[in-house]
Design a protein around this ligand. Structure first.
Ligand SMILES: NC(=O)c1ccc[n+]([C@@H]2O[C@H](COP(=O)([O-])OP(=O)(O)OC[C@H]3O[C@@H](n4cnc5c(N)ncnc54)[C@H](O)[C@@H]3O)[C@@H](O)[C@H]2O)c1
Length: 308
């Protein structure tokens, strides 16, 4: 079996690529090394083909069985700074979908729980998105275009709405890394963690290994549609800090400040019913275990990201 992973030098993409290689797939990675780094796929670098190109280069590629599309600018602040990233994401996505239709291959692509901003939990796929930022517009446009390509050209796809993904190998994302990584880095460097508000805001922390499972299940399934990839449990920032302190065995300095951000997401909490029943995916990794795995990885790094 052959696969293309766009964004395969990034956090999630490199983990997907590694699992695919371990399952015997021939893997090609397309990545512009923006937030990604070749170091992320060092364990498989002699077994994959890497191209330093953007995702639309896929049109030049030979036929594969499945495409995993993670390769777009990956964080909300990037789009706040440059809203032309919305059309770039869409333009490259059109090329990715065109390739999948032409080559009759399944497309599994990253979407986001940011689509639920403004809705009370639990967040379920049938909720009508109320878009409040450019990053989410790019994600929602991609989902709508995939549905249109399905209706018009029979595109087979799964859009995976990731909920707060954390784990090892986020260091090249720097300030865009998940809060778990950033808090562990601060703890290792004995630095203060700044929390917006009183720390009661909640996140549905989803471990990278569960996210990889969801991608592989989606790739092998015949189903098309949009699915949540979350755990169905959410923890407050204060609770997450407590868990990290338990794992690393020391207190981390906390500073609460007024929230400076507009449209800040207060609670993210997945309804996992559709993913369980239709896709057959359930997250398995407990937050405590996932945090421990991430800590065991970060404490061994020669250089802890010091981004503050
Ligand atoms: N990590 C999360 O919690 C989370 C949550 C929701 C959605 N997502 C989405 O999942 C995907 C993967 O996220 P991640 O956490 O691994 O981030 P990441 O930044 O580590 O990965 C993105 C990768 O794509 C590459 N890239 C960026 N623009 C590209 C382009 N135009 N063409 C080719 N490559 C490009 C980057 O260099 C990077 O290697 C992203 O699309 C992100 O928006 C992530």
């Amino acid at each position: 079996m052959k696969a293309i992973v766009t964004g395969g030098a990034g956090f999630i993409g490199s983990h997907i690529a590694e699992r695919l290689v371990n399952e015997g797939y021939e893997v090609s990675i397309l990545d512009i090394l923006n937030t990604g780094d070749k170091n992320n796929f060092r364990s498989i670098s002699d077994k994959i083909k890497f191209l330093n190109v953007n995702s639309s280069y896929i049109s030049e590629m030979e036929k594969v069985d499945v495409v995993f599309h993670e390769g777009i600018y990956s964080s909300t602040p990037m789009y706040r700074k440059d809203n032309s990233l919305v059309w770039k994401a869409i333009q490259e996505f059109m090329a990715v979908m065109g390739y999948c239709v032409k080559n009759d291959c399944k497309l599994v692509f990253a979407s986001s729980s940011s689509i639920y901003n403004g809705y009370p939990p639990p967040h379920t796929e049938s909720m009508q998105p109320k878009v409040k930022d450019f990053y989410t517009e790019a994600r929602y446009s991609m989902e709508r275009l995939a549905e249109l390509f399905n209706q018009m050209y029979g595109l087979r796809y799964c859009a995976l709405r990731y909920f707060s993904v954390y784990g090892d190998r986020e260091e090249s994302k720097k300030e865009f890394a998940n809060m778990v990584s950033q808090i562990i880095w601060k703890g290792l460097l004995d630095k203060e963690v700044v929390i917006y508000g009183d720390g009661s805001q909640k996140r549905d922390l989803t471990n990278i290994n569960d996210v990889v499972d969801a991608n592989l299940i989606a790739a092998k399934s015949n189903i098309t549609g949009v699915f949540n990839v979350g755990t169905g449990k959410s923890y407050s920032f204060n609770e997450i800090m407590d868990k990290i302190e338990t794992v690393i065995g020391k207190k981390i300095k906390r500073k609460n400040i007024d929230n400076p951000l507009k449209n800040y997401v207060d609670i993210v909490h997945a309804d996992t019913t559709k993913s369980k029943e239709q896709l057959g995916f359930s997250a398995k990794i407990k937050a405590e275990d996932g945090i421990k795995n991430a800590f065991d990885y970060y404490k061994k790094l020669d250089t802890i990201p010091d981004i503050f």
